[in-house]
Every structure is written in structure tokens, then in C-alpha cells.
Design a protein around this ligand. Structure first.
Ligand code: FEO
Length: 393
């Protein structure tokens, strides 16, 4: 995509990545992802964030459409993760006078990732930098997503370059702004991005939202996904809700099944939820990627997990999904459990053990041997109804 001037003197010069299959080596990118980079042209030129290494030349070509890249005076490193800093080695070569601006916490990462020690200046919280016609101020937002992360605010045009905060998966399909995009698509990809990448640092996200509230922001320009100029409050609200882990008043049923016995019970649970008038989504953990399972669990307040006992424990696909959910510290869930076994149980107890640390609101359990009988399916429907009623309440 060619550069886009999002406000006078502030240009998107980023790239779309439609090649990487797995973000961070694990999260699928069926619709790609964008690495947003912003060029601020005052009397001095600053580049805010870069791109992943394989796209560095495309970034430089985009910059060259606006200014000669060697004239860049500052490279603002809001965040050290290589999807934004992989282009640093090339940028250092083509802009030899440019000074890197970053938080003090970024210094050891600059050295360990790229061997960079010189032409680096640390910035303090709230420090301002006059570029001549454009003014930047720096606002650390630690742990959104790494400890060194900061946001940069351009004061004359009131553009907040927020880094990973308020970002989402999904390459830019010919659009850059919220007012020209298919929001349903980008918000679904933002939820998946949030659950996968940012979810574990939800407390710092809430702190960042509080901290940045004091700035007179008119445009939110994150490092992935859409730029929000019509309604920046919309993406703020979305992130606030996701970080609070409130969840929609709905239920996700996640199950694994070897011989369809547990699947039949999953369907019975879902019937109970739907009969209570609550939306429900059923997810087969063995067939739906954990990235999506995690996002589905993050979206809805109710969560019912079902597993057959496998090797005395939890069915592996369900176990993987549950460990991710636990690892991301998803809170505020109303939960039910169900499971089947051949000669000796174990999965349901182990699921209960795994989730104990999260303080979830536990409703009930259905466990049965072999194939589900009629009364097992009736109990499963009752479990679904009970979870739904508590979610509504
Ligand atoms: Fe988009 Fe945490 O990097």
C-alpha cells in the first residue's frame, strides 16, 4: 500500500504482511497483519516504529516517497518486539545521523536484539520534543505489551501513536481508517489479537487507558490494523471491555471428543443454554485453532468445558486450549464442566484443578461413563441452562 497522509505532515508508511503464517510463531494470520509505521515531517523528520525485518526495504521505499530516508532525524522506538524493530539495522544504515528515542527499559533490549548502543537517547515520561512545526511527547505504557513500551503523542495534530495498544490482526485491505473499513471484520480480528497477544497484560492495558485519558487525542494510530479517526472512543471501549474481561452475556462450549460421546453432551449443554435464551457457540478444540478458541472464550462470559479422560488426564487438544486460557489469566467466567470416561475418570477433576487459580464462578459438573444415556443428556441440558441463567444474572 502506498503511503497515506493521515493528518497534515503525518504519514502512514507501513506495510501489509500477507506472507507470515504464524504471528509470534504460533498465532495464525488468515487475513494477514499490518505493521504500521508513521513518518512525522517537521523541520526535523521522525519515524515512529518500524516493521518486521523482511519488509524493511518496502518501508524505506515508502519513506522515500515522502522524504529522502537519510534525512530522518529520529527513530522513535515505542516497542522493541521485532515486528516493529526488525527494520532497525537497515534504517541505521540508510539514516546514519538518526538518533533512536526509547524508554530506559529499552536499552538492554536494543543491545541484546541488535547490538545497538550508540546514537540512542532515552526519553522521560511526559518529555516533549519540538521537531519544528510538529511536537512529540512520550508516554510510557509499560507491559503493553513489553516492559519498555511507550506511546507517542503528536501534539499539533493530536495523533496518538499507541503501539500494540488498540491494534488488531488483519492486513489493511485497501483501507487505513475506521470510517472506510468493514468494522465487523477488523473488530473480530482485534478481539483475537487482544486475546492472543495482549490478554495476559490486561491490568497494564487498563492502566494505560487511564493514563492516556489525559491527552487530547483526536486520532488513535496503533501499530497494527486500523487508524481510528472518526471514532477513537470505539476502539478504546472495545479494549476497555476486553481488558476488564467482562464478556458478552453468552456462553462458549469448548470440548474434545474421541468417539462422539462428549460431543453429544456438548450439544446437549448448548441446547440448554439456547433454551434459556442466551447466545451460545460450540467449539471443537481439536478442529479449531487454539488462537480462535482463546478468542471465543474471551468474548463470552459463560464457559463450559468438556473432555473425555485421555491417558488419565484431559484430552490433549482441550488441555492445550485450557492451558492457554489459564496462562492468559482470563477472569470473570461462569463455568461448567463435563466429561466422559471408559473405566476411570480424571479429566473433569484435572480441569477443575487447572482452573482453580482463576477464581471462576463454578456452576456444576456432569460426568458419565461410556456413551451418554438419556439422563446424562438431560443433566447436560440442565448444566447449560444453569450456566446461562447465571450469565444472564
Ligand atoms: Fe506488535 Fe508486541 O509487538
Amino acid at each position: 500500500m502506498n503511503p497515506v497522509e493521515l493528518r497534515p505532515g503525518i504519514h502512514w508508511v507501513g506495510v501489509n504482511d500477507r506472507i507470515t503464517d504464524l504471528f509470534e510463531g504460533q498465532w495464525p494470520l488468515p487475513y494477514g497483519v499490518s505493521y504500521n509505521s508513521y513518518l512525522v515531517v517537521g523541520e526535523v523528520v521522525a519515524l515512529m516504529d518500524g516493521v518486521k525485518a523482511p519488509f524493511a526495504e518496502e518501508l524505506v521505499a515508502n519513506i522515500a516517497q515522502i522524504v529522502p530516508p537519510m534525512e530522518i532525524g529520529y527513530l522513535v522506538v515505542n516497542h522493541m518486539e521485532p515486528d516493529h524493530t526488525g527494520s532497525l539495522p537497515l534504517l541505521r544504515r540508510i539514516a546514519p545521523r538518526a538518533e533512536i528515542l526509547a524508554t530506559p527499559t529499552a536499552l538492554p533490549l536494543l543491545e541484546s536484539f541488535y547490538g545497538i548502543r550508540d546514537r540512542v537517547r532515552t526519553v522521560a515520561d511526559g518529555e516533549r520534543l519540538d521537531l519544528g512545526g510538529k511536537v512529540l511527547s512520550f508516554h510510557p505504557i509499560p507491559f503493553v505489551h513489553w516492559p519498555e513500551t511507550m506511546a507517542t503523542f503528536e501534539e499539533t495534530e493530536r495523533v496518538l501513536v499507541s503501539c500494540d495498544a488498540f491494534g488488531g490482526f488483519g492486513a489493511l485491505d485497501g483501507v487505513l481508517f475506521d470510517d472506510e473499513a468493514d468494522l465487523a471484520h477488523y473488530e473480530a480480528e482485534a478481539v483475537r489479537y487482544y486475546a492472543n497477544i495482549v490478554g495476559a497484560v490486561s491490568k497494564p492495558v487498563l492502566k494505560a487507558i487511564e493514563k492516556l485519558k489525559g491527552l487530547p487525542v483526536e486520532v488513535i494510530a496503533p501499530s497494527h490494523g486500523l487508524v481510528w479517526r472518526r471514532d477513537p472512543g470505539r476502539v478504546l471501549d472495545l479494549y476497555r471491555k476486553l481488558a476488564r474481561m467482562e464478556g458478552e452475556p453468552a456462553v462458549t462450549v469448548v470440548y474434545g471428543s474421541m468417539y462422539d460421546h462428549t460431543r453429544r453432551v456438548a450439544d446437549a449443554v448448548a441446547r440448554g443454554v439456547a433454551a434459556a435464551g442466551v447466545p451460545v457457540r460450540v467449539v471443537d478444540a481439536a478442529r479449531v485453532h487454539p488462537s480462535t478458541v482463546l478468542a471465543e472464550a474471551w468474548r463470552r462470559r459463560g464457559l463450559v468445558l468438556g473432555s473425555p479422560t485421555y491417558d488419565t488426564g484431559i484430552f490433549p487438544a482441550l488441555d492445550h486450549a485450557l492451558r492457554l486460557i489459564v496462562g492468559k489469566r482470563l477472569a470473570n467466567r461462569v463455568v461448567g464442566l463435563f466429561g466422559s470416561f471408559g473405566w476411570k475418570g480424571g479429566a473433569v477433576r484435572k480441569m477443575a484443578d487447572e482452573m482453580a487459580a482463576l477464581g471462576w464462578d463454578f456452576v456444576d459438573t456432569v460426568e458419565f461413563p461410556g456413551a451418554p444415556r438419556r439422563d446424562d443428556l438431560i443433566r447436560a441440558e440442565a448444566l447449560g441452562r444453569a450456566v446461562a441463567e447465571r450469565v444472564k444474572g
